[in-house]
Design a protein around this ligand. Structure first.
Ligand code: ATP
Ligand SMILES: O=c1ccn([C@@H]2O[C@H](COP(=O)(O)O)[C@@H](O)[C@H]2O)c(=O)[nH]1
Ligand code: MG
Length: 208
């Protein structure tokens, strides 16, 4: 290959590696089925699933210096400082080697949202919102049996309050920008996934 060809090749590779990743935020109340549906999306559409809650739990288990602070906040259903969560997300994105991500359970408040956009300069392609009644979400979380310290009725009530007071405004923000794809998540898993698939296969979605 000549010098000109090599330069063109380098340029092509550079633009690929510097291309902004595709991000879909996956939001919804505790137990709405975000993790369950993300696992299905990964199988069908080649995304990497990053659950902010799972990354925070892994940070606690790793014995990191932030572990105790994160654990105490999660027990209370509170939102961990943005910089901690964003660092974990950025690290996971880099380590994945992929360029399309489902970011599950983040941003949880307006400050999370603004900080993520500020730091990463990434805007989501769209936001998947799993809409489910509190009654159904409570039933699911109490039956989940994954040993999560925050799956008890006292913390669940706090998580619902944080969701409606702090997370719903994030969804409203993206609604006003026509980025929200709202899914009725109160139906059986397979039915919910049919609606999810329709979103990901729509030719109008930038993420495809
Ligand atoms: N459509 C559904 N119908 C009935 N049960 C469901 C449905 N979707 C998920 N579940 C079950 O409900 C529980 C919660 O689901 P999941 O963990 O996916 O929710 P989540 O939104 O990720 O919750 P969290 O925010 O607490 O992490 C799990 O036990 C899961 O198997
Ligand atoms: O961006 C985030 C995500 C999660 N948290 C804390 O973790 C728990 C559990 O989150 P799940 O999404 O249900 O796994 C949540 O209640 C918060 O305390 C967070 O602070 N920031
Ligand atoms: Mg989850």
């Amino acid at each position: 290959m000549g010098i000109v060809g090599e330069a063109a090749n380098k340029e092509a590779n550079r633009s690929v590696s510097e291309k902004k990743p595709t991000v879909v935020f996956v939001l919804g109340g505790p137990g709405s089925g975000k993790g369950t549906q993300c696992a299905n999306i990964v199988q069908h559409f080649g995304y990497t699933h990053l659950s902010a809650g799972d990354l925070l739990r892994a940070e606690i288990s790793s014995g990191s210096e932030n572990g105790t602070m994160i654990q105490n906040m999660m027990k209370e259903g509170k939102i961990v400082p943005s910089e901690v969560t964003i660092k974990l997300l950025q690290r996971a994105m880099t380590e994945s080697g992929n360029d399309r991500f489902l970011i599950d359970g983040f941003p949880r408040n307006e400050e999370n949202r603004a900080a993520f956009e500020d730091i990463t300069k990434i805007e989501p392609a769209f936001v998947l919102f799993f809409d489910c009644s509190e009654e159904e979400m409570e039933r699911r979380v109490l039956n989940r049996n994954q040993g999560r310290e925050d799956d008890n009725i006292e913390t669940i009530r706090k998580r619902f309050k944080v969701f409606s007071e702090s997370s719903l405004p994030v969804i409203e923000h993206y609604k006003s920008r026509r980025k929200v794809r709202q899914i009725d998540a109160g139906r059986p898993v397979e039915e919910v996934f049919e609606s999810v698939k329709a979103v990901f296969t729509s030719k109008n979605e930038k993420a495809d």
